[in-house]
Design a protein around this ligand. Structure first.
Ligand code: MG
Length: 305
């Protein structure tokens, strides 16, 4: 048997002390402070200072959206979910089925290592790997940094794989047109009801690994009805990324997200008589989503043809 000896003097390391100091100081900006927002004390009200920081991140996400989606015409889909839910495999499958002339990039968020990035590189797509270290989620700044490794002019589609986590990413939108939350049958069929906030922060849900649901005694109907209870409008897809089940439906949904975006754009243009300009100010990220022009990769693909 192992015996772990905890010497009193080494129990608290200098790093622990530093973290304690930073985390107890509410003036500390940046990840250390914002990180705490995902770890509330059970009540989900944010303090004024927290709300300010969250608003900043939201504004930053809007700017990202503006730049990547509007200025460069890239379709952006973010995948979130626990470690082992199958995010990487799902994105691999979507890449495999894309047409040859679709230029794809992937931003991979992982705490450590190059494992997923290597898998994507082997598929021949452009990859930016982000190791977050102690952070449990990507934020808009990390995505902005990762974009320096990608050629936005060349890309049609950008997949963002967030760090495996079901709590922290809820407060950090990344400007994607589709935020897809992946849970799998192996996480227990109560996984959905245990994570309502993240479901509410996303656009679509995937219940993955349905091929082994029986073996792990997971009730897929229960999982799906939990999703509709928590987020009634949310489209839900049952997939087996390993065997390809449900991929047609998921891919069609992502296509549709791009097209909805494009038709918003057309509606905006015909209503106002002018196309998208960059003069607007980002006073409210939420209304921005509906007010402004949207383009998508398919329009671009068509004009290039
Ligand atoms: Mg992964």
């Amino acid at each position: 048997m192992y015996h772990i000896r905890r010497h009193p003097r080494t129990d608290v390391t200098p790093i622990d002390r530093l973290l304690d100091r930073l985390l107890s100081n509410s003036d500390v900006p940046g990840p250390l402070q914002t990180h705490r927002m995902g770890h509330g004390d059970g009540d989900h009200e944010h303090s004024d200072a927290e709300a300010d920081i969250l608003a900043q991140f939201e504004e930053q996400a809007d700017e990202l959206h503006e730049r990547v989606v509007h200025d460069h015409g890239v379709f952006v889909a973010e995948f979130l979910g626990a470690t082992g839910s199958g995010k990487t495999r799902l994105i691999e499958r979507l890449i495999e089925r894309a047409s040859d002339d679709e230029e794809i990039g992937v931003i991979v968020g992982d705490v450590a290592g190059e494992d997923d990035a290597t898998r994507f590189r082997e598929l021949g797509v452009s990859v930016a790997n982000v190791n977050t270290g102690k952070e449990c989620h990507l934020d808009p700044s990390l995505v902005e940094g990762a974009l320096e490794d990608l050629d936005l002019d060349a890309l049609d589609t950008l997949y963002i794989e967030n760090v495996g986590n079901m709590v922290c990413p809820a407060d950090f939108p990344l400007g994607a047109q589709a935020r897809v939350l992946v849970v799998s049958a192996t996480e227990g069929d109560d996984v959905v009801r245990k994570h309502p906030l993240l479901f509410q922060a996303c656009d679509g849900a995937v219940i993955n690994k349905v091929d082994i649901a029986e073996a792990v005694n997971a009730d897929l109907d229960l999982m799906e009805s939990d999703v509709s209870e928590i987020a009634p409008e949310m489209p839900t897809f049952r997939t087996s990324a390993e065997h390809g089940d449900g991929l047609d439906e998921l891919a069609a949904y992502l296509d549709e997200r791009g097209h909805v975006h494009a038709s918003d754009h057309e509606a905006y243009v015909s209503e106002t008589g002018h196309s998208h300009t960059h003069e607007h100010t980002h006073t409210d990220g939420r209304t921005h989503e509906h007010d402004h022009a949207h383009e998508d990769r398919r329009d671009h693909a068509h004009t290039h043809d």
